[in-house]
Design a binder for this molecule. Structure first.
Ligand code: KIV
Ligand code: NA
Length: 263
């Protein structure tokens, strides 16, 4: 299969072909997801919770994400590999660049950072220096202490307006992709309609350009609380390959997310 690239993801978005993305933390799952046709593999800082048992993503270090990124890169053949920049590693644009270089050198093709307008300069700084950036708006788990918990975002007119304008600014600053987490489905559609870059939703409705799930949620192995947007794709399947393929198919045919997964 052909390598997934920023141009190929843009072409999928333009053609209305849904993009499937999953988190991935090791080489064996990377190979499996790759052969099931998952276009984008995210080394999420969710690894702190699902792999290491932390209560939040805040303890995750750059070295940990780099370690898992290298493993995923060795296992996958054609997927786009996106690595999360951990909490505290992109407070200035210079620090963001130095830290992003380490993730790119570990094998990532793109880095992901959480936040709005304050990151516009950082997105531009990295993009100008040949590091593609995925932005992340809505519920941004690294801000859990400021948000007061893992809550749906963008429910008020003011916060929805803010999110739309943040999205436009980040795209204008060069963001190659945008993850939207836990926002009303209508807002997910709005943002997708306004932008030309792919939007990837997790609890952001069916109208995003693609969808992402944490692999442990897809497989039903995460012992913690299950968010509304989660679906266990092992239900009715007997192999992990079949579950991942069912997820890819459900994203492609628009049957996931269903109304019960949306806000
Ligand atoms: O860390 C993660 O897994 C993520 C996804 C939920 C988008 O950021
Ligand atoms: Na993350």
């Amino acid at each position: 299969t052909k390598a997934v690239t920023i141009p190929s993801l843009n072409a999928m978005r333009a053609a209305g072909n849904k993009i499937s993305m999953l988190t991935c933390y090791d080489a064996s799952f990377a190979a499996l997801m790759d052969r099931c046709g998952v276009e984008v593999l995210l080394i999420g800082d969710s690894l702190g919770m699902v792999c290491n048992g932390h209560q939040s993503t805040l303890p995750v270090t750059l070295a940990e994400v780099a370690y898992h990124t290298a493993a995923v890169a060795r296992g996958s053949k054609s997927a786009m590999i996106v690595a999360d920049m951990p909490f505290g590693t992109y407070a200035t644009k210079e620090a963001a660049f130095d830290n992003a270089v380490k993730l790119i050198q570990a094998g990532a093709h793109m880095v992901k950072i959480e936040g709005g307008a304050w990151l516009a300069d950082t997105v531009r700084f990295l993009t100008e220096r040949a590091i593609p950036v995925c932005a992340h708006l809505g519920l941004t788990p690294q801000s859990v202490h400021q948000l007061g918990g893992y809550k749906v975002q963008g429910k008020t007119i003011e916060s929805a307006d803010q999110l739309r304008s943040d999205a436009v600014l980040l795209a204008e600053s060069g963001a190659a992709m945008l993850v939207l987490e836990a926002i009303p489905a209508g807002l997910g559609k709005d943002v997708t309609d306004i932008l030309a870059i792919p939007t990837i939703g997790i609890g952001a409705g069916p109208d995003c350009s693609g969808q992402v799930l944490v692999m442990h949620d897809l497989l039903g192995v995460f012992p913690g609380r299950k968010a509304r947007f989660v679906k266990n794709f092992m239900d009715g399947q007997t192999t992990i390959d079949a579950a991942v393929s069912a997820y890819v198919n459900a994203v492609k045919d628009g049957s996931f997310p269903a109304p019960e997964h949306c806000f």
